[in-house]
Design a protein around this ligand. Structure first.
Ligand code: SF4
Length: 170
């Protein structure tokens, strides 16, 4: 079940995430270029979340761009579930971006990122410094998207796990 709040944030959480992963990936994704593995990865992530937490947590959507894995209104906590075996900067800032958007809507919340595969939970709150950082971050994302050429390639070894590998390297 998705509860619509009804505001359109400028970027999706995935775009914020990809900014930290690879600027070229952010650009390709934002231009609507999708590779099959990309949707598989999203599906697997969803599956991990559902297997770990079942239907206990309700997804919430903010506009058409953002879907947060769970929100406990009584506790004021949002939940994200990651299938990764490592806590990554991309996950942290994606989730802080959600906290920032919620704050813009008058909802103050904290967050927990669950990593079921390593049985770890990362607790987050949004500081004033984070808010300034997110404002800079969204400007940087905007700058990348305004370019009509995709940013350069990353390191080939890093790229092997990426859904765009064949697109970028063949
Ligand atoms: S294959 Fe490499 S350069 Fe291309 S989008 Fe993925 S990480 Fe970026």
């Amino acid at each position: 079940m998705i509860n619509k709040i009804g505001v359109l944030p400028k970027f999706t959480g995935t775009q914020i995430n990809y900014y930290f992963v690879c600027h070229r990936k952010l650009w390709l994704f934002s231009k609507g270029i999708r590779m099959e593995q990309e949707s598989d990865t999203v599906f697997q992530g969803k599956l991990v979340g559902e297997q770990s937490y079942g239907r206990r947590r309700k997804e919430i959507a903010i506009g058409d761009n953002i879907v947060i894995d769970g929100f406990d209104a009584a506790k004021g906590v949002i939940y994200e579930v990651k299938k990764s075996r490592a806590v990554e900067k991309a996950h942290i800032w994606q989730t802080k971006y959600y906290l920032y958007i919620l704050k813009q809507l008058g909802v103050e919340a904290t967050a927990e990122i669950d990593y079921p595969l390593i049985r770890r939970t990362e607790k987050l709150r949004l500081s004033e410094e984070d808010e300034l950082e997110i404002e800079k971050l969204t400007e940087a994302v905007q700058d990348i998207l305004q370019s009509y050429k995709p940013p350069g390639l990353k390191n080939k070894t890093f790229c092997r796990k990426c859904a765009y590998y064949e697109f970028c390297w063949q």
